[in-house]
Design a protein around this ligand. Structure first.
Ligand code: SIN
Length: 485
């Protein structure tokens, strides 16, 4: 299956070496499609994390003192190596995460695009010369790399969420200690192998792997260690809030990309075919396991019935199975906990008056598969309205006026992504401005890309990833006053 087995690693990566845990402990990585073990990897803890931080700390002066052009060259080599290994990286990603192969390939290219983008941005971290406030002085502002970065990444995009964080960090001159999600460490280790081949000096990138039970310990070391200057995390709001509290003691700079509860609004003026197609892509990508996927789908009264039919037709046609089969559109959920949450949301919605249109049960493709589901007549009391489902379940709400739907859409502590479909130009501007979200997509179901500022407001996070803004998260501003001139 994997043609270039150099990317298959089962040890962690610290200071340029492939290492086991100090304790000798390991944990198993399994394929969620069939429960088969893929590898045992080190179950690390406090000591291993401290070693990785020391290595990153020692490597920092070496890496930051390279010219931006030299850092850029290494990033570019890494980028081409990722592209050369695209099929293998995608196969590995599907094996450990479950998403269909076509989506896995798209993720590898998406992830690689951050490396390429930041290889270019490395050379454009400009400062400023500000008109002086003293006659015999001049004012300079520079941007310097912040130092050692602790990055904690999720399982739903085990490749792209790493490159979206560490490519800008490395481009800026920072060094990194990365803790990948316990469900999907193999994609992270594969990226480290390619980074080693690309020529990153030892200690610049370090990967600490750990089982679910060790995550809290590793996270605590990263967030409380004085030598770590920045934490970048993608995951739940609950864990993000904990990491933020822990980071407070050493006043670290933080970026958090947390949970969402995206509204997807279809107004009566919308192109309903386009909106239904969009809803499927937005809701069911990665089996509904994305922070930006539509969670609450709202359709206006006058088009509700017609839209419900279009949605149901498409949902019933989705093909479920193990992601390594070319025809599959919906893979398994990541683990038993994920599946339980989906089942709980469905049961709760049905108990509170929702009507099941299709799905609503496990799928016979395997233990972690769930049948793509549509529930209509949703209401605000339901769990699905309040928190992200992270599964292949579409809940369809009805609304009357523009004001009503904006109120409902904003009635959540989250503020990551939002979507709406309308052909009324005035409405497009009004609604885009009224939605309290970091990202708004109009007549489009996917808003991600390397050149856009990805991130949320309210309890969905702090900071932005991607785009030229993303690199600022890894720099500090320095003001220099040149006096006595
Ligand atoms: C996410 O779900 O966290 C990321 C999705 C994306 O980058 O498109």
């Amino acid at each position: 299956m994997i043609k270039k087995p150099d990317i298959l690693k089962n040890r962690a990566y610290i200071n340029g070496m492939w290492v086991s845990a100090e304790s000798g402990k390991v944990f198993s990585v399994v394929n969620p499609a069939n429960g088969q073990k893929l590898a045992d990897v080190p179950d690390m803890g406090k000591e291993d994390t401290e070693k990785a931080i020391e290595a990153a700390f020692l490597a920092f002066p070496v890496w930051r003192s390279k010219t931006a052009k030299d850092r850029s060259k290494i990033l570019k080599i890494w980028h081409s190596l990722v592209l050369d290994h695209c099929d293998d990286l995608a196969a590995l990603l599907t094996a450990e995460q479950g998403k269909p192969l076509t989506e896995a390939k798209a993720e590898i290219l998406y992830g690689a695009s951050f490396i390429e983008w930041y290889a270019e941005e490395a050379k454009r971290i400009y400062g400023d010369i500000i008109p002086t406030h003293k006659e015999d002085a001049r004012v300079l502002v520079t941007r310097e790399p912040i130092g050692v970065v602790g990055a904690i990444t999720p399982w739903n995009f085990p490749h792209a969420m790493i490159t979206r964080k560490i490519a800008p960090a490395l481009a800026a001159g920072c060094t990194v200690v990365l803790k990948p999600a316990e469900d999907t460490p193999l994609s992270a280790l594969a990226l480290a192998e390619l980074a080693q081949q690309a020529g990153f000096p030892p200690g610049v990138i370090n990967i600490v792997t750990g089982a679910a039970d060790s995550a809290a310990e590793i996270g605590l070391v990263l967030t409380t260690h004085e030598k770590v200057r920045k934490i970048s995390f993608t995951g739940s709001t609950e864990i993000g809030s904990l990491l933020m509290k822990q980071s407070a003691g050493t006043i670290k700079k933080i970026s958090l990309e947390l949970g969402g509860n995206a509204p997807f609004i279809v107004f009566e003026s919308a192109d309903l075919e386009r909106a239904a197609e969009g809803a499927i892509i937005c809701k069911f990508r990665n089996a509904g396991q994305t922070c930006v996927c539509a969670n609450r789908i709202y359709a206006q009264d006058s088009i509700y019935e017609e839209f419900a039919v279009k949605l149901a037709q498409r949902i019933k046609a989705l093909k479920v199975g193990a992601g390594d089969q070319e025809w599959v559109q919906i893979g398994p959920l990541i683990n038993g906990q994920g599946l339980e949450k989906v089942k709980m949301h469905v049961q709760d919605a049905l108990e509170k008056g929702g009507k099941l249109v299709c799905g609503g049960k496990n799928h016979d493709a395997g233990a972690l598969f769930y049948t793509p589901t549509l529930i209509r007549d949703m209401n605000a009391e339901m769990l699905l309205n309040q928190e992200e489902t992270f599964g292949p379940v579409a809940g369809l709400f009805r609304f009357g006026s523009e004001e009503d739907v904006i109120r409902a859409a904003n009635d959540t502590p989250y503020g990551l992504a939002s979507y709406f479909y309308s052909k009324d130009l005035g409405q497009v501007f009004r609604v885009a401005e009224a939605l309290e979200y970091g990202m708004v997509a109009v007549n489009e179901p996917v808003l991600s890309g390397e050149s856009i500022p990805f991130g949320g407001i309210k309890q969905s996070g702090i900071g932005r990833e991607g785009s030229h803004y993303g690199i600022e998260e890894f720099t500090e501003m320095k003001y220099v006053l040149l006096g006595g001139l």
